[in-house]
Design a protein around this ligand. Structure first.
Ligand code: GLN
Length: 231
């Protein structure tokens, strides 16, 4: 940061529970790949921020209404979003998968969703994908504001499946979230840090510079390895 950022505290909105990108540890502190990256980048670039875990859709709404300066929330860099936001360089690749309760043997493909209810998270790339195929496969959508609510609904059997980002679902399964992935990953977009178009360009620049420094120094890989084991 330079003179422009002196004394400024950026408001950064994030999701509530989206492990391994943002979640609370046993001490109730927010941790995860996004949280640690942001912290390391802010240290590297000397800017101050306040983290606001609002939920994904609420974080994007906060950005749009100028309540937030930026969003870091495993947010996919989609063409549609690029019309409204400027994104950093991509920092993590993603895509969408379908998951069902791990005791469910009946739903193994999109065809099996006919006449059924399916859970999605409001405003996400997963929801957008499900919306794009729901007529073709004849299923109905139920919307949730948080990934954890969506998983619970699938486990109780109100909905038979949910659509979620692969890295998040794969991590959740290693944490025994009670679900299993039944489809190949649909091609999705990588994650980026977002600001409104024409606003906070200096913040975006610092993010990109910091990210590239962390990649160079090995700190980026260290953060990934802390949350995702290479095995
Ligand atoms: N990557 C997805 C998106 O950007 C989901 C993000 C999230 O749920 N935090 O839409």
């Amino acid at each position: 940061g330079g003179a422009q950022t002196e004394g400024k505290v950026y408001q950064i909105a994030t999701d509530t529970t989206f492990a391994p990108f943002e979640f609370q540890n046993d001490a109730g502190e927010y941790v995860g790949i996004d949280i640690d990256l942001l912290k390391a980048i802010a240290e590297d670039q000397c800017f101050e921020y306040k983290l606001n875990p609002l939920g994904f859709n609420a974080a994007v709404a906060a950005l749009e209404s100028n309540q937030a300066d930026a969003v870091i929330a495993g947010m996919s860099i989609t063409d549609e979003r690029k019309e409204k936001y400027n994104f950093s360089e991509p920092y993590f690749d993603s895509g969408v998968v379908m998951a069902v309760s791990n005791s469910n043997e009946d739903i193994t493909s999109y065809k099996d969703l006919e006449g059924k209810k399916v859970a999605v998270k409001t405003g996400t790339e997963g929801a957008g994908f499900a919306e794009s195929i729901k007529e073709q496969y004849g299923f109905e959508l139920t919307y949730f504001e948080e990934s954890s609510f969506m998983y619970e609904d699938v486990k109780t059997g109100n909905t038979v499946a949910c659509f979620e980002d692969y890295p998040v679902m794969a991590y959740g399964i290693t944490q025994n979230n009670g679900l299993k992935i039944v489809t190949d990953m649909e091609k999705g977009n990588s994650y980026g840090f977002a600001v409104l178009k024409d606003k906070n360009s200096e913040l975006l620049e610092m993010f990109d510079k910091g990210l590239s420094n962390l990649i160079e120094s090995g700190k980026y890989q260290e953060i990934l390895d802390k949350y995702i084991s290479a095995k």
